[in-house]
Design a protein around this ligand. Structure first.
Ligand code: DX5
Ligand code: ZN
Length: 231
């Protein structure tokens, strides 16, 4: 897989969700849906009933980012509902490896997310159980925050670990991804890019998605790890 863009609908109009999803159809690889429970993060967004309705209304695959307590209990239902990718936070999961297997068994790609302060070194064994590692580049909870460049070495380290073990691991970066920050993430090793305000704050969201993808593709082509991106 090459570069993929997953616009975050957190920056869309929640009263017009399906229409706003359509605005990136054909350009976006995924729709990134931020589920927040007001416990794991200090914000409340939407949950399973809204995701179930969205899945019926949109054609783009859905990438659920669960910022919730007790994902061991709640995450499998998002996979069973038909989300193409379900990502839980390792800080909240009682048994990340078991949960990843359950999500995969339900037919979705399994993702594990790390907050900015959570080291990837603590989860090396988990990398073989998941399809995607999400490296958060802001503290989870809100859109429109400033990119934390202290996480760039973690993206690079995650890509080194995946390559060292010959894993086909997608590395997603989420938070403050814009025209100014996407290239440094692609160069470091990310290949799936979440962007909320940079997409939905633009006059033409689909055009913004294509521009971000083009930037990430050219940065990847000249990166240290680009031999990994064939296919
Ligand atoms: C933050 C969310 C992000 C957020 C990104 O907790 O996980 O997906 O919507 O928004 P921007 O791209 O505006 O930082
Ligand atoms: Zn997110």
């Amino acid at each position: 897989m090459g570069v993929q863009i997953s616009p975050s609908i957190l920056s869309a109009d929640f009263a017009r969700l399906a229409q706003d999803c359509e605005r990136v159809a054909g350009a976006a690889d995924w729709l990134h849906v931020d589920v927040m429970d007001n416990h794991f993060v200090p914000n409340l967004t939407l949950g399973l009933p809204v995701v179930e309705s969205l899945l019926k209304a949109v054609s783009t695959p859905v990438d659920c980012h669960l910022m919730i307590d007790d994902p061991d209990r709640w995450a499998p239902a998002y996979a069973e509902a038909g989300a193409g990718s379900v990502t839980f936070h390792v800080e909240a999961a009682a048994n990340p490896a078991t949960l990843a297997r359950t999500i995969r068994a339900a037919g979705a790609r399994a993702g594990a997310a790390l907050k900015p302060g959570t080291p990837v070194e603590d989860y090396v064994d988990l990398l073989g159980e998941i399809d995607m590692l999400l490296v958060m580049s802001v503290e989870p909870g809100f859109g429109g925050q400033k990119f934390m460049d202290v996480v760039v070495p973690k993206i690079r380290r995650a890509r080194e670990l995946a390559r060292g073990r010959d894993l086909d691991l997608w590395i997603q970066v989420d938070g403050g991804i814009t025209a100014e920050t996407i290239e440094i993430c692609a160069e470091a090793g990310a290949d799936v890019f979440v962007a909320g305000s940079a997409v939905y704050g633009a006059a033409d969201p689909a055009k913004a998605v294509r521009a971000l993808a083009a930037q990430a593709e050219s940065a990847t082509a000249s990166s240290w790890w680009c031999s990994h991106t064939s296919g």
